[in-house]
Design a binder for this molecule. Structure first.
Ligand code: ADP
Length: 319
């Protein structure tokens, strides 16, 4: 059984072949595997962690392609379900000239939201050491209930839980509902990673302080706010600090957060008690994760850009 499990969306990103265009202007698209929790599973596997992915694709060519991609990257797919009733979810992505992403999802419904509670392997989930989840699989039923069931089962089994809300507001019928569900699953997490861009929506405040208190008050062991090229901020309630990012020539920032999460988790798995980690240890872990995030911006596409330990180590030695 895999040591680390990730649950959530696995889909096809059709990425515009041309930069600086809207979706309407884009002349063509290339097919790429997508879905943040699946990226984290691949990221962990590339870092040598025995990882598995739980989710649903359609029983179609795109679903087959996604399963093969996970398997080629040594991710266990025992609980990647191929659903007969809906197609693999698709997203079309273009990067506009102002740098903003223009994204349209084909998910009405898509297979990823069709995962059901009885498709969750309880023994599989309960034997995990680490369980990682997001909020995209909470936007619709039945994957909302399936995700909640898996989160609670993992917690009951004694896993350490990691949560990256990874806000995708356009997938929700209502912003209030998104916020409610993002918070609903927060108390289960031991580790939370939130990006600066999501911080104000999630916490209701631009400043870090009030949100930090509220999140740590839920009993969290580690909270990390990623700050793009500026690196990250972390706190475990005792120790806190900003860790600078690395200056690199960026090719494509898609997946930087997932690379960061996978690298951070791979390091945290080596420690049984996160609250007793000292500042020097946390600084080193965050520096390692910043290196993974920076490396992920160096190549087009997410999965090819997720780094191996030797790539991270040689990057750090050069800096
Ligand atoms: P997300 O991808 O989830 O939106 P961020 O943009 O904050 O999250 O990026 C996650 C991490 O990836 C950052 O904390 C940083 O370590 C690294 N990173 C992201 N963008 C850059 C960049 N332009 N240059 C260097 N590192 C980056």
């Amino acid at each position: 059984m895999p040591k680390a499990l990730c649950i959530g969306e696995l889909l096809i990103d059709f990425v515009s072949t041309t930069p600086d265009v809207t979706l309407a202007e884009a002349p063509g698209f290339v097919k790429a595997p997508g879905g943040a929790p699946a990226n984290v599973a691949v990221g962990l596997a590339k870092l040598g962690i025995d990882a598995g992915f739980i989710g649903k694709v359609g029983a179609d060519a795109f679903g087959d392609f996604l399963r093969e991609t996970l398997q080629e990257n040594s991710v266990d797919t025992t609980y990647l379900i191929a659903g007969e009733m809906s197609r693999t979810t698709l997203a079309f992505v273009a990067t506009r000239s102002d740098g903003m992403k223009d994204i349209t999802f084909y998910r009405h419904p898509g297979a990823d939201i069709q995962l059901t509670t009885d498709e969750i392997g309880i023994g599989y989930v309960q034997s995990a050491e680490l369980f990682h989840y997001g909020s995209v699989s909470l936007s619709h039923s039945p994957s909302r209930e399936a995700t909640l069931h898996a989160i609670r089962s993992a917690k009951g089994g004694g896993a350490r839980l990691s949560y990256d809300p990874n806000l995708r507001l356009m997938l929700w019928d209502d912003a209030g509902n998104a916020k409610r569900w993002i918070w609903e699953v927060m108390p289960y997490a031991d580790i939370v990673k939130i990006s600066e861009e999501e911080w104000e929506f999630v916490t209701g405040d631009v400043d870090l302080e009030p949100g930090i208190e509220r999140i740590l008050g839920l009993g969290m062991q580690l909270l990390v706010v990623t700050l793009g090229e500026r690196g990250c901020y972390y706190t475990n309630g005792h120790e806190a600090g900003f860790v600078d990012g690395f200056i690199v020539n960026v090719v494509d920032t898609l997946g930087a957060g997932d690379a960061f999460v996978a690298a951070m988790l791979s390091q945290l798995m080596q420690h049984s008690d996160l609250t007793s980690l000292e500042k020097v240890q946390l600084d080193a872990i965050m520096r390692y994760a910043n290196a993974a995030g920076a490396l992920a911006t160096q190549k087009v596409g997410v999965i090819p850009s997720l780094p191996t330990p030797s790539e991270i180590e040689s990057f750090l030695q050069r800096r």
